[in-house]
Design a protein around this ligand. Structure first.
Ligand code: PLP
Length: 278
């Protein structure tokens, strides 16, 4: 399903980009991916907040927030209520010559079975270096830390590499040995009754909306929360490790570089239920 700002839902084969759109030519733009359930986009406000941050970091001028919210809501409303959907809201820098207004559109596709299964089956991760010290992006705005840009070729290549060597996904690590995030998800881990996340402002990882919501509501599971830097080795000594993202939801990490991670089916189930995933 495809929808365009100002037009609403259009036939999926409608041409909506010029050949010189800078989103297509340079990956110069931003996006958000949301989970659609019961024909509504989950955490819409949080995603629009993050899109505002991404736009500021790329010096993009988005259309009014209410127009983006209307586009998402109308698109989600047209998706079957009994089917989970993956909605992408895309905003590019627009045409190159003459410079155009941003191109804005949304797409929805069905959530793949493999993503739904990972919520219970879990994932096997491999560490992969990003080559940057953990604190570098904080003082390097040109690296666009914390912005969800369309430049995801490295993210996708990381996941293809993991699949090519028999794993499910990667955990990016910094040059100085800290765990950061996965190419499309956020790392959270449990130590005793404290649920942890990696600080996003310090490291330039994407501030995950799912992890934020989980940490903000972890009290309902009897847990407190903290943010800190962590090494892959430390993750093995805790009480549980998960990747969280809007569409896959929470996926327990079963192995990291072949080492079994602490795992509780009960905690995994409680997190999944709290986040509202089936
Ligand atoms: N980190 C990266 C690089 C991502 O692309 C995503 C997914 O969009 C996430 C983390 C998880 O963020 P969210 O929970 O908002 O989907």
């Amino acid at each position: 399903m495809v929808a365009v700002l100002g037009l609403g839902v259009v036939p999926a084969d409608t041409p909506i980009l010029r050949a010189d759109d800078l989103g297509a030519l340079r990956g110069d733009g931003i996006f958000e991916t949301m989970h659609v359930r019961a024909s509504r986009a989950a955490l819409l406000d949080e995603h629009l907040d993050r899109m505002t941050v991404s736009a500021q970091r790329l010096d993009l001028t988005p259309p009014p927030r209410a127009d983006l919210a209307d586009l998402v809501s109308a698109t989600a409303a047209a998706w079957p209520a009994d089917q989970e959907g993956m909605l992408r809201l895309v905003l590019t820098r627009g045409a190159e010559t003459p410079p155009g207004p941003p191109t804005v559109f949304a797409t929805v596709t069905a959530v793949p079975d493999s993503m739904r299964q990972a919520r219970t089956a879990g994932v096997a991760l491999l560490t992969a270096s990003l080559g940057l010290p953990a604190d570098l992006r904080r003082g390097a705005p040109w690296l666009l830390g914390g912005a969800k840009t369309l430049s995801y070729a490295v993210n996708m290549a990381s996941q293809r590499w993991a699949l090519s060597v028999g794993a499910d996904d990667v955990l990016w690590v910094s040059a100085d040995g800290y765990a950061l995030e996965a190419p499309t998800s956020t790392l959270v881990w449990l130590e005793g009754t404290v649920l942890h996340g990696v600080p996003s402002a310090r490291t330039g990882i994407l501030a995950g909306t799912t992890a934020r919501w989980l940490l903000d509501h972890a009290g309902k599971l009897g847990w407190t929360t903290a943010e800190r830097m962590v090494t892959p080795g430390e993750l093995a000594t805790g009480d549980g490790v998960w990747l969280t993202s809007s569409v896959r939801g929470p996926a327990p990490v079963r192995t990291l570089d072949g080492t079994p991670m602490p795992y509780s089916a009960d905690d995994t189930e409680r997190i999944r239920a709290l986040l509202g995933f089936s």
